[in-house]
Write a protein that binds this ligand. Structure first.
Ligand code: SF4
Ligand code: SF4
Length: 224
């Protein structure tokens, strides 16, 4: 796993608001930080060391104190920038401190779902959304293939169940409860089930949303 520091961000980025940072602190084998005259290479694991190889590693000079200081300076500058651009939201969340949000039946979600057109862009672009859909597609009279594709919990069909007339075919007929489900999955269910927030603050869903729904604003307003 080769990672690198973020040295720039968009105005929708908010990793520091959810307990993250614009550089990795764990989970990588080799990390690269671009500095003025090259890269600081940090090898964190034996796997990273093997991948780079002794010979190549031997050719790399030891990072100087000045180069390490420059890396720290660049990191701190990015953290400051992220904190400043998200200051208005006033949220400081972490895996141990998820926000307290209303349940999916609460009417307050409706303010945000009113702008949702159910396009599914937010779920398709999210690095932590993983729901998929399976269906069988006919290729010929006696041939078919099973297809796996992305699904989205914002779609009304996502929750649809089999059943006869008079049966309740979906537990989430309202779009507001489907939008709530997505946000609660990130900020309530994931911390409950796995002990980690399900949102890394990448801001991609904010950028992609045609309805201009900003998950930072949703969490801010509804946790208040
Ligand atoms: S900001 Fe959070 S919810 Fe939105 S795409 Fe990134 S990880 Fe997913
Ligand atoms: S991207 Fe926005 S409009 Fe599209 S499904 Fe997600 S919340 Fe709704």
């Amino acid at each position: 796993m080769v990672s690198c520091d973020c040295l720039d961000c968009t105005e929708t980025c908010f990793c520091t608001m959810v307990g993250g940072a614009p550089y990795p602190t764990e989970g990588f084998d080799v990390n690269l930080t671009a500095i003025d005259d090259g890269y600081v290479v940090e090898v964190a694991t034996d796997r990273g060391q093997q991948w780079l190889g002794e010979e190549r590693l031997g050719r790399l000079p030891e990072a100087s104190a000045g180069q390490l200081a420059r890396r720290d300076e660049l990191r701190q500058a990015m953290v400051r920038r992220l904190e400043e651009q998200n200051a208005a939201f006033g949220l400081k969340l972490s895996d141990q401190q998820p926000p307290k949000l209303p349940n999916d039946a609460d009417g307050s979600w409706g303010k945000f779902s009113a702008d949702c057109v159910e396009c599914g862009a937010c779920t398709n672009i999210c690095p932590t959304c993983h729901c998929f859909y399976l269906y069988d597609q006919a290729l010929g009279p006696e041939e078919f293939e099973r297809v796996r594709t992305w699904d989205s919990c914002l779609f009304s069909t996502y929750h649809r169940m089999a059943g006869g007339p008079g049966m309740k075919l979906t537990p989430r007929p309202k779009l507001s409860s489907r939008l709530a489900n997505r946000v609660l999955h990130k900020f309530a269910y994931s911390p409950q089930q796995y002990g980690v927030l399900g949102c890394v603050g990448c801001g991609r869903c904010v950028e992609a949303c045609i309805g201009a729904i900003d998950i930072r604003q949703v969490v801010k307003e509804l946790s208040e």
